[in-house]
Design a protein around this ligand. Structure first.
Ligand code: PEP
Ligand code: MG
Length: 322
């Protein structure tokens, strides 16, 4: 197996009928850069910026954030690196922000909701990201968008950060792409509307499952109910991808599902453009992509969308796996 993965390392993630998708890696700390480049992935599909903010009592200033983002951007050269703005709250606590205790933290003050409530902090991150964009190919991604106003306000603040840097004569990528996570069902149902105002989507199945099925992603008592093979989740994924293509933008997926080889053909058949998971599992995903045709994957996805239960979906996929 290892030999096979080594043999296809430099080959594209291309189906037998010539359809190419992009395989990227998720990254948590900048120190991983070298190992990830070595693994043969095409870039970073999700860089969780939280790492910079956790386990400390003060917030990182612009210089520190800039240095970290620049390190990653430069390490990847012309390969794309998607950096997600701060996603804390929920299960992730930040001593420096003194977040309130909440009854329902996953439904509460989290991610973009915090960034937009504290624009002076958000602007520091946006300026650092923009400055780093001069040293590689960065894309910016906003987490946990549920309302169009949030996206517009985040983009307005990004424009403000750009204007500040211009006035200060500091270089940045004027055409930096801006995307959003699709991890809240409401946003997925409005994907056609959001698609007109971003450059790309990235589906976050870890949260999308939790919010679609009302199943806490951390609660062991109900873990049995938590599955990205639930037909409702699959419908949302399908709708998001289709809406993005109608609007001429692309869709990636950066939840655990992207690295599950059992899901590869299905996601391919649903039209997914980019898969981002742990670097260690992506060779297996590539092998799956290279061993099927897009036509076959589409037929499989079409049939899966007619199934009624998680078990039916999983069984069908297993029966058709190698
Ligand atoms: C997700 O929700 O699927 C995701 C990729 O983000 P996180 O796991 O960081 O919430
Ligand atoms: Mg998420």
């Amino acid at each position: 197996e290892r030999q096979l993965y080594e043999a296809i390392k430099e080959l594209p993630a291309e189906t037998t009928d010539g359809h190419c998708v992009h395989l990227m890696a998720n990254m948590a700390v900048p120190e991983e850069s070298d190992a990830l480049i070595e693994s043969g992935v095409e870039g970073i599909g999700l860089f969780r910026s939280e790492f910079l903010f956790m386990d400390r009592s003060t917030l990182p200033d612009e210089a520190e954030q800039f240095a970290a983002y620049k390190h990653v951007a430069a390490a990847f050269g012309d390969k794309p690196v998607i950096i997600r703005t701060l996603d804390v709250g929920g299960d992730k606590h930040l001593p420096a922000l003194a977040l309130p205790q909440e009854e329902n933290p996953f439904l509460g003050f989290r991610a973009m909701r915090i960034s937009l409530a504290r624009p002076e902090l958000f602007l520091v991150q946006l300026r650092a990201l923009l400055r780093a964009s001069a040293f590689g190919r960065l894309l910016i991604m906003f987490p946990m968008i549920s309302h169009m106003e949030q996206l517009r306000e985040a983009k307005r603040l990004l424009e403000q950060a750009k204007a500040e840097l211009r006035a200060e004569g500091i270089a940045f990528d004027e055409n930096i792409a801006v995307g959003m996570m699709m991890e809240i069902p409401g946003a997925c149902l409005q994907a056609d509307v959001f698609a007109k105002e971003v450059d790309f989507f990235s589906i976050g199945t870890n949260d999308l499952v939790q919010y679609t099925l009302a199943v806490d992603r951390m609660n062991a008592n109900i873990a049995e109910l938590y599955s990205y093979y639930h037909p409702a989740v699959l419908r949302l994924i399908s709708q998001v991808i289709e809406a993005s293509h109608r609007a001429g933008i692309w869709t990636g997926l950066c939840g655990e599902m992207a690295g599950d080889p059992l899901a590869t053909k299905l996601l391919l058949g649903l039209g997914l453009d980019e898969f981002s998971g742990a670097a260690s599992v992506m060779p297996k995903v590539k092998e799956r992509i290279r061993s099927t045709s897009l036509e076959e994957a589409k037929r499989l996805a079409e049939h899966v969308l007619t199934l009624s239960t998680v078990d039916e979906v999983v069984q069908y996929l297993k029966d058709r796996a190698l």
